[in-house]
Design a protein around this ligand. Structure first.
Ligand SMILES: NC(=O)c1ccc[n+]([C@@H]2O[C@H](COP(=O)([O-])OP(=O)(O)OC[C@H]3O[C@@H](n4cnc5c(N)ncnc54)[C@H](OP(=O)(O)O)[C@@H]3O)[C@@H](O)[C@H]2O)c1
Length: 248
């Protein structure tokens, strides 16, 4: 599937994951588009621009990722994370291109302590972001050549991320309280980008893949993540001053 002539279109190329993907796939024939180049909610633009480009692979990293804002801007979330994926699936099908869509653990409610495998049907998003991403997932059903890659708690150096935020707070405050009532698997965007390259270069079967960095099987809390960040940054002093905030 992957050789130097394979034309790969990356949408959302200036986003946090997009920028690392561009570096990891640098040896290939890339076309990099972000919001300024194309609005993925505009079906006519997708048809004319992507139809003209004729990529072999479309990797969609474009999304409305502000989870809180999705609650108040539900229509926008539905368009960008849901309906637009359907438009991309239409054009991919027409061109015979492979579509890679990035999704999230938020399509589940997280209550299954054993975690979720790829074929799980226990969809129960608890927020508008998760519901909109699930809509996008369902839109792939019309395609044969797709990879749906679910990931979790992304952090990378090209975006607003927990590692930078907590490190900055650690320098500014004497004591930190960090919530410990949610669990996830923090995932480094470079590792996810490498995983996408692995899937493509090894021609893994089309379908759904869960791709995160490994933690304890049931994930770690934001509190545990914060402690680990300070430990790894050799700031044991911050780590010992970070305590769990129990939300009632
Ligand atoms: N971040 C996480 O913790 C996380 C966790 C699980 C899954 N994911 C998924 O992973 C993927 C990448 O996430 P990320 O954090 O790298 O995203 P990001 O940094 O927010 O980047 C998203 C990019 O998409 C662009 N975009 C937004 N709306 C668009 C539109 N209508 N048309 C074209 N481009 C548009 C944005 O442009 P502007 O900046 O100009 O708006 C931005 O460059 C997304 O599918 C996300 O849902 C993320």
């Amino acid at each position: 599937m992957l050789n130097k002539d394979t034309k790969i279109l990356i949408l959302g190329a200036k986003g946090m994951l997009g920028q690392d993907l561009v570096k990891i796939l640098a040896d290939y024939n890339l076309v990099l588009w972000d919001f300024a180049d194309i609005d993925i909610t505009d079906k006519n633009q997708l048809d004319s621009k992507i139809g003209g480009l004729k990529p072999n692979i479309i990797i969609n990293c474009a999304a409305f990722t502000n989870v809180d804002a999705c609650e108040t801007e539900v229509d926008k979330a539905t368009m960008v994370n849901g309906l637009a994926v359907g438009y991309l699936a239409d054009i991919a099908k027409q061109l015979g291109a492979t579509l890679i869509q990035i999704s999230t653990d938020y399509v589940f409610n997280g209550k299954n302590k054993k975690g979720y495998i790829e074929i799980s049907q226990e969809f129960l998003p608890l927020n508008a972001y998760g519901a909109s991403k699930l809509l996008g997932e369902k839109a792939l059903a019309k395609l044969e050549k797709y990879y749906l890659i679910r990931t979790s708690w992304l952090y990378g150096k090209n975006g607003k991320n927990f590692v930078d935020t907590i490190s900055k707070l650690g320098k500014e405050k004497n004591e930190l309280k960090v919530v410990n009532d949610q669990a996830g698997k923090p995932t480094y965007t470079v590792d996810l980008a490498r995983q996408i390259l692995y899937i493509l270069s090894n021609k893994l079967p089309f379908g759904i893949y869960h791709a995160t960095n490994e933690t304890k099987p049931d994930g770690i809390s934001w509190f545990e993540f914060a402690r680990k960040i300070f430990e790894l940054a050799s700031r044991a002093d911050y780590a010992s001053r970070t305590s769990a905030l129990i939300r009632l």
